[in-house]
Design a protein around this ligand. Structure first.
Ligand code: TXA
Ligand code: MG
Length: 284
């Protein structure tokens, strides 16, 4: 079952059911070693999925939930190993979208959900995107309109008790540092974060990124060989438009997409991260 969140659409299964979670991996074509995020209706339930809480986790939960933040926490036995790829930790978040909230309250059990796209492809920010990517592979799709944030949640882990951002996303680094009143580290074990594999979030067309200053020269160069070059800049590469822009360029028959890298401030960091992954040499 697919449902909207404020970040992207998710493909959900009862987190407590091994069979249901197994079906998600199958529908996405996702390797079993890549763990899923567990979604809870409220902060109490979400933190209850952790065996113990790092000192700063509760502060972040109070500041950003419901919202686009995922925290990696030591897991309780309630979460089966299929959800976490056999790891001892679980990623949890409380989504803010009213349809996601209503669904989670109705279901009454945490819901494991990856983004509702085939593994490695562009995430869906509209019900229509899910229908096109996974239509025959999901029982139903709840349509909650376009996603407000448009990039996935920020993932934060606490190795040795210290906060580290594993994936930039819908909550900015600046906002997290303001709440924690300290700088946070960046990066983690790349194997455990598929968004951190070289190629990810990829449209069909080849993607080339350029800074604002390089854009003109890059366009002139690419025009010499591209059949159909589409340039994405400004509003088209803001977080809430990014994935839709990449999809539309594919639909318009682009063989090359030239995308302007926004500044690193706010959600710009997450956009840059996704564009670089889309630009990386394709592994599939
Ligand atoms: O905004 C979002 O986070 C969306 C919506 C649907 O909630 N979900 C999403 O899920 O982006 P997915 O599966 O596409 O990406 C989840 C990321 C993966 O990179 C995964 O490896 C990481 O979260 N992750 C999940 N559990 C983890 C864990 N225990 N340790 C490290 N990384 C984990
Ligand atoms: Mg994904």
């Amino acid at each position: 079952m697919a449902f909207p969140t404020e970040t992207v659409y998710g493909l959900g299964a009862l987190a407590t059911s091994e069979a249901a979670v197994g079906a998600i991996f199958k529908a996405k074509g996702r390797p079993a070693t890549h763990p899923l995020i567990v979604h809870s209706a409220n902060t109490e339930e979400a933190l209850g999925l952790a065996r113990e809480l790092p000192a700063l986790a509760e502060r972040l939960a109070r500041a950003f939930w419901p919202g686009p933040l995922t925290m990696i926490l030591p897991k309780t036995d309630r979460i089966p190993d299929v959800v976490t790829g056999g790891q001892d930790s679980v990623g949890v978040r409380v989504p803010a979208h009213p349809v996601a909230q209503a669904l989670l309250y109705q279901v009454g059990v945490p819901v494991a959900a990856p983004s509702a796209n085939r593994f490695g492809k562009v995430s869906p920010t509209r019900a229509e995107h899910v229908r096109r990517d996974l239509g025959p592979r999901t029982a139903f799709i709840l349509d909650g309109g376009p996603c407000r944030v448009g990039v996935e949640s920020t993932i934060i882990a606490f190795p040795g008790g210290e906060p580290r951002i594993l994936r930039p996303g819908g909550v900015s680094r600046e906002a997290i540092e303001a709440v924690l009143e300290r700088p946070v580290g960046i990066g983690g074990d790349p194997v455990r974060v598929p968004g951190a594999l070289a190629s990810h979030y990829a449209p069909r067309a080849r993607v080339v990124t350029a800074s604002d200053a390089e854009l003109g020269a890059a366009a002139r160069f690419l025009r010499r060989t591209a059949h159909r070059l589409i340039i994405l800049r400004g509003r088209a590469v803001e977080a809430d438009r990014l994935y839709e822009s990449l999809r539309k360029a594919d639909e318009a028959g682009a063989d090359v997409i030239l995308a302007e890298l926004p500044s690193e401030a706010g959600l710009g960091w997450a956009v840059r991260d996704r564009l670089w992954k889309a630009e990386a040499p394709r592994t599939r």
